[in-house]
Design a protein. Structure first.
Length: 372
């Protein structure tokens, strides 16, 4: 099986995984849908406007952080980058170059069913010390409306940078089954049925023919399925990742978590080829959901161009259904519930140490597979 999210069709060897999902996960999703609907209605009047600090937090505490770079040019009086010089001139009011960071997305392939119909690029220049955004553009045009700006970032996060960690899940599921790695069977749960629901069924929030029903219409997203498939395999976002500021706590956490799972895989005598994919399948995926929902849970945001209550409601429902981590108590494979297994126990205890070091609260939510 090649890497990808679209190779998710039912096959007989996956029958037990689909059965577990239908029996234990699907009813819980239905209950969460009702809860999400009630919560969205209840909080709509109390949603607050996003701030610069919220936008920067979403970037620096999720996989979007891989698009952050040190800004190495001057800042003009109008707060836009000065491309004419590699450093500020003597008359510039700017601080040292290291005071600024930029977030860069280019060559994006996402297509939308509303204006601007294509999401090609996003650029932000900000001062992390003061948590101030100096300039922001989407598709090369200035976009300083914070409600829309954080919406574009949410679109890119959920359908590009985050989706890339889903690339490995179908492969891992088949590999574990084919190789008979029964000790890590919980790492096969839900991922394939989840991708099948997203890419094939009318319950999907993605835009494609046959994907609409009365329920999915309430949390329908504005991005097409075909463009997500193309963008998921588009790795241009990671070009220049060696220039990402190493002081970002989230990236420090992930760097050490990657070393940790390599150690755990070796200690459990599992194939070394599992380490990288399992890293994305577990901690990267879970951390993205946990941190993104923490930022987004009370914000006024729209992923549709309009800012009416219909657009805001649909975006809030998407956040509640697709961004919020949802674990069925009937099918719970969080690492903290699998400590009877030496591999998962060592992985969980190591992540707890990283939580304490970086002041995160991620380990308790990390699952053994892509569960949501």
């Amino acid at each position: 099986m090649k890497l990808g999210v679209d190779n998710c069709d039912f096959r007989e060897k996956f029958a037990e995984i689909f059965r577990l999902n239908n029996l234990y996960k699907a009813p819980w999703v239905a209950l969460c849908y009702v809860y999400g609907l009630l919560r969205t209605v209840a909080i709509l009047p109390f949603l607050r406007q996003p701030t610069d600090q919220d936008i920067i937090a979403l970037i620096e505490s999720t996989s979007l952080a891989l698009g952050v770079r040190y800004h190495d040019r001057g800042i003009r009086d109008d707060k836009t980058p000065d491309n004419s010089s590699s450093s500020p001139d003597s008359s510039s009011p700017s601080q040292s170059n290291s005071s600024y960071r930029e977030f860069v997305v280019g060559h994006c392939l996402l297509e939308m069913v509303c204006y601007p119909y294509k999401l090609s690029s996003i650029y932000l220049l900000y001062n992390p010390t003061t948590s101030k955004i100096l300039t922001a553009t989407v598709n090369g045009e200035e976009e300083m409306d914070k409600v829309r700006l954080i919406g574009y970032l949410l679109i890119y996060l959920t359908t590009s940078s985050h989706t890339k960690c889903h690339l490995f899940s179908n492969w891992i599921t088949e590999y574990i089954l084919d190789e008979g790695l029964t000790d890590i069977y919980p790492s096969t749960w839900v991922s394939l049925p989840l991708h099948n629901a997203l890419m094939r069924t009318s319950d999907s929030p993605l835009q494609f023919e046959g994907s609409w029903n009365i329920f999915s219409a309430l949390y329908k997203f504005c991005v097409t399925k075909e463009s997500i498939k193309r963008e998921t395999e588009n790795m241009s976002f990671f070009e220049g990742h060696e220039h990402v500021p190493r002081t970002l706590p989230f990236l420090g956490y992930l760097h050490e978590a990657r070393d940790l799972i390599c150690t755990c895989v070796a200690g459990a005598h599992l194939p070394a080829s599992l380490a990288g994919p399992m890293f994305n399948h577990t901690v990267v995926h879970s951390a993205d959901h946990v941190n993104a929902y923490s930022v987004m849970r009370s914000l006024l945001v729209t992923c549709w161009y309009g800012k009416g209550w219909r657009e805001i409601f649909r975006t809030r429902m998407f956040v509640e259904q697709m961004v919020k981590p949802m674990i069925s108590p009937l099918l719970d494979n969080r690492l903290c519930r699998l400590t009877h297994n030496p591999f998962y126990r060592s992985y969980y205890m190591g992540l707890k140490e990283l939580d304490r070091k970086y002041e995160f609260n991620i380990a308790e939510s990390v699952t053994a597979s892509v569960m949501y």
